[in-house]
Design a protein around this ligand. Structure first.
Ligand code: GLC
Ligand code: CA
Length: 560
């Protein structure tokens, strides 16, 4: 690949840092992270060398799904602060050269939103068509599966008007009706409101689901979670996104990223190719869904490196010519990277978390890096269902129990796969509650905080934290790591992930040992002599035809 042929964009060259505000920093002792708390930590965030911050939802919300149930799109959640706190935060980021991306949650609203309160009040209310209804006199509605419902159904019966409403997620998250032009106009107007405030983009929550099939047909032979793929193929998805682009997005220098359940290598180009005029990037789930069933019961495949390499390679190269991709391991819906993809034992936690960060920052595609991973935070691994706050784990636990299934096995698996694992408070120091709050934290702090925390790592040159800072610098210094062609080496090796990045005449080699044993890497002659750019060990052992890597060793080499 040639740099002159690349369509250079700030959102391709930047590193995104995701902040889950509820768990970042509490400033007033109520146990809940807030905007003033993030403001207190602005210099820390800037010190990481990240370019873009994605904030999970901060809008008004009854918080049944932690902000993904919005009751007012133009105001800030009381627990997080006020609009003037938000403006102060935005200005603080911008002063430090950091862009801010907000969450856009418009597949559904909260049932507490004024629109829904109106809509459910009578069948002829002007807001009725802002949502999806099935009148009860037509009988039971065709099967629709819900992610969170305690009974698994996405239709909830509402007595007041004797009709069912649609909710792909929780009952308190009714789906918005994008067929209604008035609803679309309201949403576009709200997006202008935030762009005019100066935000730099949106991460679009389950945006692939906004178009529903006309008249809610029966999906023959498609049941339960298999519906995810059908949900993502609504007939007017692309029409709606092109309209959004025309009406809103193209008027600003901003970035967009789809959360894309149901996206795959066959349909992704329709969503992100430049000539489609829809969105800039998407994130897929194939790598994090490897080794889990629909209720996140874990099997051995979750650390199958050969399959993982196939998935990551296919997604990295599909954007060689057109479109652009993302790289991520963890977010507020998935476990901590070091527990899932690495080895969080005391022996290998530090090295494996550095290795995983090396991967994300040397791959083709914009890295989305989750808060706390820079210090190698691990899963919380709660023992009891009472420790959980997440409605997903709680509802599935109850559903499994009601079905007479093995609820304890679900609980055991969720220590590895549950969403609350990555939602625990950031571990700032070794004082009470890890310095997150002076009150009682809304979710338990992970018990290893006296050992794993920011303060302990700040001045240690070998800490995961300072290693991450080196990685962000490295990516900035080498455009090859951003735009260079990706090529996988040794595809069948069960322990080594090796690849090159090539731009113009420059070649960078990345060697990662995904195992707790030493491994030998045999390379062809052209790749033998290289200068180390970064290494998570003090030394690199050469052999006649390659290298001998230490457990979880990660090295990036400039090939000469
Ligand atoms: C997305 C969010 C998740 C939320 C769901 C419903 O998957 O990331 O946290 O529960 O959408 O809005
Ligand atoms: Ca607070």
């Amino acid at each position: 690949m040639k740099l002159t042929e690349m369509n250079r964009q700030w959102w391709k060259e930047g590193v995104v840092y995701q902040i889950y505000p509820r768990s970042f920093q509490d400033s007033n002792g109520d146990g809940i992270g807030d905007l003033q708390g993030i403001i207190q930590r602005l210099d820390y965030i800037a010190s990481l060398g990240v370019d873009i911050v994605w904030l999970n939802p901060v809008y008004k919300s009854p918080n049944n799904d932690n902000g993904y149930d919005i009751s007012d799109y133009r105001d800030i959640m009381d627990e997080f602060g006020s609009m003037s706190d938000f403006e102060e935060l935005l200005a603080g980021f911008h002063e430090r050269g950091i862009k801010v991306v907000m969450d856009l949650v418009v597949n559904h609203s909260s049932s507490e939103h004024e629109w829904f309160k109106q809509a459910r009040s009578s069948r002829d209310n002007p807001y009725r068509d802002y949502y999806h209804w099935w009148p009860a006199e037509k009988g039971t509605p065709p099967e629709r599966w819900s992610f969170f419902d305690e009974e698994g159904s996405a239709w909830a019966y509402d007595e007041q008007t004797d009709a069912y409403y649609l909710h792909y997620f929780d009952k308190t998250q009714p789906d918005l009706n994008w067929e209604n032009p008035k609803l679309r106009a309201e949403i576009f107007d709200m997006m202008h409101f935030w762009f005019k405030k100066g935000i730099d983009g949106f991460r679009m929550d389950v945006i692939t689901f906004i178009s529903k099939h006309d008249d809610y047909p029966v999906f023959h032979g498609v049941h339960g979670d298999k519906m995810i793929d059908v949900y993502a193929q609504g007939p007017r998805l692309h029409q709606f996104l092109q309209e959004m682009n025309r009406e809103v997005l193209q008027h600003y220098d901003i970035m967009t990223v789809a959360e894309g359940p149901g996206t795959n290598l066959n349909n992704i180009h329709d969503l992100v190719d430049e000539d489609r005029q829809e969105l800039n990037m998407n994130y897929h789930f194939e790598h994090v869904e490897l080794g889990v069933d629909p209720r996140k019961i874990v099997n051995q495949d979750f650390q199958n490196l050969v399959k993982y390499k196939q998935i990551m390679s296919a997604w990295a190269t599909t954007f060689d010519e057109k479109g652009w991709g993302t790289q991520w391991h963890t977010n507020h819906d998935f476990p901590r990277q070091v527990t899932w993809f690495g080895d969080d034992s005391p022996e290998y936690r530090v090295q494996s978390s550095k290795l995983l960060s090396t991967f994300l920052l040397t791959m083709r595609g914009t890295p989305y890096y989750y808060m706390g991973d820079e210090i190698g935070m691990t899963n919380a691994k709660f023992d009891s269902i009472d420790d959980y706050d997440d409605l997903m784990t709680i509802n599935w636990y109850n559903l499994t129990k009601a079905e007479g299934g093995d609820a304890e096995a679900l609980l055991e698996s969720h220590k590895l796969s549950g969403r609350d694992n990555a939602r625990t408070p950031i571990q700032w120091d070794n004082t009470a509650n890890a310095g997150f709050t002076t009150g009682k934290p809304w979710l338990k702090v992970t018990s290893n905080y006296p050992e794993i925390n920011v303060a302990a790592q700040q001045n240690d040159p070998d800490s995961p934290l300072n290693y991450f800072r080196k990685l962000t610098r490295l990516r900035k210094e080498h455009l090859t790591l951003v735009y260079g062609a990706y090529e996988l080496l040794l595809p069948d090796d069960k322990h080594i992930y090796a690849y090159t990045r090539k731009l113009d005449d420059n070649v960078i080699l990345v060697l990662l040992n995904y195992s707790s044993e030493r491994q030998e890497v045999v390379l062809n002659d052209a790749l033998i002599s290289g200068e180390v750019l970064i290494n998570n060990y003090a030394a690199l052992e050469s052999t006649a035809c390659g290298y001998q890597l230490q457990p979880w060793q990660a090295v990036v080499l400039q090939i000469k």
